[in-house]
Design a binder for this molecule. Structure first.
Ligand code: CUA
Length: 321
């Protein structure tokens, strides 16, 4: 029975609730957190337990029972003030220390710029390399993320790093980490930011040094990819939060069977979905709004996609039928 309970707990631990921690600073957060849980648990046990125990042994036994007159007890009063004071000071100093460490990145940290936008994350490396929805970093290396948003508040949250930081339009926020274990870790957006907030996901890939250098050195991220595969890659990074590759609607229309279909608009009659239509929908999404969808829900991707990437999306949509 007990082993079953432990198994269930560790399975839940690995998947959702506080997955195994992979950064040093995350381990420090965990230690403080566990201390808080124990301190609260023991206090709760003492207070409620004492309450029940004294309630029973000093219960009223006869109608003539009188409560003894006790005005005060210096020792007790000192102890119940001083012990909590010490515990709170421990929590304060400990928390302050972690906070301080967290906000002072090492000087030689590897820096990556992060941009949050409805509803995807993109990453810009100093070498000029870019990626969407996938952050690549080397293992055993201090990494600093410099983050901003192009529209509303988002929050970059990596449970396995115990890390959550608001991403704010018009300013930079940052954090740093040092991942000890290669692997792939889930990123969530933890600040409600509109329709596809829950779909605003990304992965952090922590790679062995050599593999990371290789990835960073590949100048063309689309090396040896077909146009449709390039489109699929863009789709998975930038479009997936709002568009299905089935015909089913999400925030926006599904892509299945879209190409060559007649589109009905609330504001511009109808048009056949050809290359020019898809291009316009990506760059100037407000030009035409498909009937039954909210106007202005989609942000413009002007300046964010190269010609090759736009062609890739068009070719990818053509394959969905
Ligand atoms: Cu971005 Cu929630």
């Amino acid at each position: 029975m007990l082993s079953f309970i432990f198994q269930t707990i560790s399975a839940a631990h690995a998947s959702t609730f506080m997955p195994p921690v992979v950064t040093k600073i995350g381990g420090e957060f965990d230690s403080l957190y566990i201390f808080l849980i124990w301190a609260s648990g023991i206090s709760c046990f003492l207070v409620i337990g004492g309450f029940i125990y004294f309630g029973i042994i000093y219960r009223r036994r006869t109608p003539n029972d009188k409560t003894p007159y006790i005005s005060h007890n210096n020792t007790l009063e000192f102890l119940w003030s001083f012990i909590p004071f010490v515990i709170f000071m421990i929590v304060f100093v400990w928390g302050w220390w972690i906070f301080h460490e967290f906000h002072h990145p090492p000087k030689d940290a590897f820096e990556v710029h992060v941009t949050g936008q409805k509803w995807f994350w993109s990453f810009q490396y100093k070498s000029g390399k870019k990626s969407d929805a996938e952050l690549f970093v080397p293992v055993d290396q201090d990494v600093r993320l410099i983050m901003t948003s192009t529209d509303v508040l988002h929050s970059f949250y990596v449970p396995a790093f115990r890390f959550k930081q608001d991403v704010v339009p018009g300013r930079y926020t940052s954090f740093w980490f040092h991942a000890d274990k290669p692997g792939t870790y889930q990123v969530f957006c933890a600040e409600y930011c509109g329709d596809s907030h829950s779909g605003m996901l990304a992965k952090v890939h922590v790679l062995p040094r050599a593999e990371f250098e290789k990835w960073l050195g590949e100048a063309d991220p689309y090396l040896n990819l077909s146009m449709a595969d390039i489109g699929a890659k863009i789709y998975n990074g930038k479009c997936i939060a709002c568009h299905n590759v089935t015909a089913e609607k999400k925030v926006g229309p599904g892509f299945l069977g879209l190409f060559g279909k007649k589109r009905q608009f609330d504001d511009a009659g109808e048009v056949t979905a050809d290359e020019n239509y898809i291009r316009e929908s990506v760059l100037v999404p407000t030009a035409k709004t498909v009937a039954g969808f909210p106007k202005g829900a989609m942000p413009s991707f002007q300046g964010q996609l190269s010609e090759k990437e736009i062609m890739g999306i068009i070719e990818y949509i053509k394959t969905l039928h």
